[in-house]
Design a protein. Sequence first.
Length: 147
Amino acid sequence: MDATERADELFKRGYNCAQAVFAALAPEIGISEEVALRIAAAFGGGMGRLGEVCGAVSGAFMLIGYQYGNAVADDAANKQRVYQLVRQQAEGFQARHGSILCRELLGCNISEEAGMALARQRDLFHTRCPAFVRASTELVGALLDRR
């Protein structure tokens, strides 16, 4: 099973979009699936259901940060590399889906009661979100150095 299929499976099992993307690739970069699921738990629904940056995109950003992030404050080269890869991820996702913001992708603001009710009524978490999870996983997989 490839990472995209694994992310899709995790999402279908009930994990949020950030968890699905992050945990699908985390073992390849040295993070256990359990740890990845815990770290990404707060990022679903556009960061805690705030409707902000899509969790699938945030999960990819976390993978990029872990793989290439600077652990030394003055490591400007790695800092720049991370920002460049994050921009590539965001641009690739936006090119496919028109936005990286959850509320724009879903067409409703799930941080509000009415918006959440509309998302559930339209079954958006099952009809739209799987495509976001798959796309983000595919895009970040191509960006990571998968030794």
